[in-house]
Design a protein around this ligand. Structure first.
Ligand SMILES: Nc1ncnc2c1ncn2[C@@H]1O[C@H](COP(=O)(O)OP(=O)(O)OP(=O)(O)O)[C@@H](O)[C@H]1O
Ligand SMILES: [Mg+2]
Length: 256
């Protein structure tokens, strides 16, 4: 695990000047099995197959129009947004073939650091509040292969930061350096920030926890975000559907 939550000085200047992703701090992680982070060595698992299908759909959608910044949200807390954001970033990076930046943009309750067991470090909050260069804070996450901008620690109110003009500016500048920018957002209810994050993104993926998220709250979230902004719904934890899909996929020889 890389050390330090401090913004150090001299090596940082060269990172910022070069914009060379190879020079960024590397964070080695080994998420515990209960975290539900895909094991890349188990390539044929149900979850991994589902994530690959989602990746394929996103690449297909990109052919139809500009699509780089993707927000992952859900109507209510604990639907699995952060877990899916980590897995999607991993699969999109495809063993570092593509540069994927995951932005921990839930400043109220950041979840990615907890899932990956990374301590809090300066990140999005410092970039928006103090004008810190994001390249000072971004870390490469190994062995998952994506880059992470953590939430950081806001001194002011998180909602004011997320609703500031600095947010879309920062995201569009990051989109110049990365192939995909994935936003792990707060839930639509009860947090106002999510609307700003959805508006600053090219598309939204709405996570629905199978058998848990009430249908009405899903419909309300779709109405709030606007159905034209939603690229798709992700049904999280649909074990029965996954089981039948798995039988089908193993018949065709994708089971490992
Ligand atoms: N498909 C699943 N089956 C079982 N547990 C799951 C599943 N997906 C996520 N979880 C678990 O549910 C909890 C919440 O997941 P996660 O933190 O990803 O949700 P979240 O929507 O980001 O929450 P928050 O709204 O607090 O940000 C975690 O303990 C996670 O491991
Ligand atoms: Mg979360």
């Amino acid at each position: 695990m890389a050390s330090g939550g401090e913004l150090s000085t001299s090596p940082v200047r060269s990172i910022v000047a070069s914009r060379n992703l190879e020079n960024l701090i590397v964070e080695e992680v080994s998420p515990p099995s209960e975290s539900r982070i895909m094991d890349l060595k188990k390539g044929g698992s149900m979850g991994a197959e589902r994530m690959r299908l989602l990746r394929m759909r996103l690449w297909e959608l990109r052919r139809l129009g500009p699509l780089k910044i993707v927000a992952i949200t859900s109507s209510l807390p604990k639907d699995g947004k952060s877990t899916i954001a980590v897995n999607l970033s991993t699969v999109l990076s495809d063993g570092k073939q593509h540069r994927v930046l995951l932005v921990e943009s839930d400043l109220h309750c950041p979840g990615v650091g907890n899932i990956l067991r990374i301590p809090k470090n300066p990140g999005l909050a410092e970039c928006l509040e103090k004008g810190v260069d994001p390249f000072v804070c971004i870390r490469r996450i190994e062995p998952l292969g994506f880059y992470l901008l953590q939430a950081g620690m806001a001194e002011g109110h998180p909602t004011d930061l997320i609703q500031s003009d600095a947010l879309p500016d920062l995201l569009s500048s990051m989109a110049q350096y990365f192939d995909w920018v994935v936003l792990d957002t707060p839930p639509v209810f009860p947090v106002a920030d999510t609307m700003s994050l959805c508006q600053a993104s090219d598309a939204v993926l709405l996570v629905v926890r199978s058998g848990v998220t009430p249908k009405d709250s899903v419909n309300e979230a779709i109405e709030m975000i606007g159905s034209n902004r939603i690229a798709g719904l992700i049904l999280n934890g649909a074990e029965e559907i996954n089981k039948s899909y798995y039988k089908y996929s193993s018949y065709y020889g994708t089971k490992k």
